[in-house]
Write a protein that binds this ligand. Structure first.
Ligand code: ATP
Length: 216
């Protein structure tokens, strides 16, 4: 089933966790089927897009029946590797970093921040919840030992590239970049960039300049 992921367009793949979370909730509340209209309302994706997305999963909704929740959940679990725990490192235990450490990612899927790193002496050796904070000097060693595959970057932006180079050297495959810095990585490494300030500005810009009918 893993290979099927290859055929799914990226835009569709990005919506998978959204669908997964909603379907999981439906399943917990005992629902066995769902219509694309219901899904559309819940995840705020138009129903034509949902139907197209689901056709990639081999899930063809039946008229007047909708989609089988169990079938979809099984597919998503396999595709998203929900049963396999992905260990994540967080670099930079400042305000934003600390908030992430306190947030329980396991509630939604099997991703766990296992370790954190910083350079501030007063933070090294302490922990947030059960997540220990290591010194950056130990980055490569700890990442290899703990088999960390993904890193979240919440450091001041001027350090982002240097740290990224070290993460790549330590075999980290994915980076979630919360700094404003644009990162350069080899093509085998995946970077997702979330710049909160830019996202907020662009939201406000769209609200000001586009009428409702023009919004995508
Ligand atoms: P704070 O209130 O702790 O300053 P902040 O999010 O406003 O929070 P930033 O200056 O953005 O602070 O730094 C975020 C965190 O990154 C801090 O804990 C800081 O010690 C840490 N940090 C700074 N430089 C590095 C580095 N080179 N490597 C790893 N962590 C770093």
């Amino acid at each position: 089933m893993g290979n099927e992921t290859m055929k799914i367009p990226q835009a569709t793949a990005k919506r998978l966790p959204l669908y997964y979370r909603f379907l999981n909730n439906l399943h917990s509340s005992g629902k066995q089927r769902v219509s694309s209209a219901e899904l559309s309302e819940a995840v705020k994706v138009d129903s034509a897009t949902i139907r197209r997305d689901f056709s990639y999963f081999g899930a063809l909704g039946k008229k007047g029946y909708g989609y089988n929740v169990n079938y979809l959940l099984t597919f998503f679990r396999n595709t998203l590797d929900q049963d396999e725990l992905t260990k994540v490192a967080l670099i930079g235990v400042g305000n934003l970093g600390t908030a992430f450490l306190n947030y329980n990612f396991l509630k939604n899927n099997n991703t766990k921040i296992a370790v954190a790193f910083d350079v501030a002496e007063e933070k090294i050796g302490s922990a947030v919840g059960d997540i220990p904070i290591f010194h950056m000097n130990d980055l490569e060693e700890v990442i290899k030992r703990e088999k960390i595959g993904v890193a979240i970057l919440t450091v001041p932006s001027q350090f982002a590239q240097t740290i990224t180079d070290r993460l790549v050297g330590a075999d980290v495959k994915g980076i979630l970049n919360f700094t404003p810095a644009r990162l350069t990585v080899p093509s085998s490494i995946r970077v997702h960039h979330i710049d909160l300030a830019v996202e907020l500005q662009s939201l406000v810009y769209f609200l000001k300049h586009y009428s409702e009918s023009e919004q995508e």
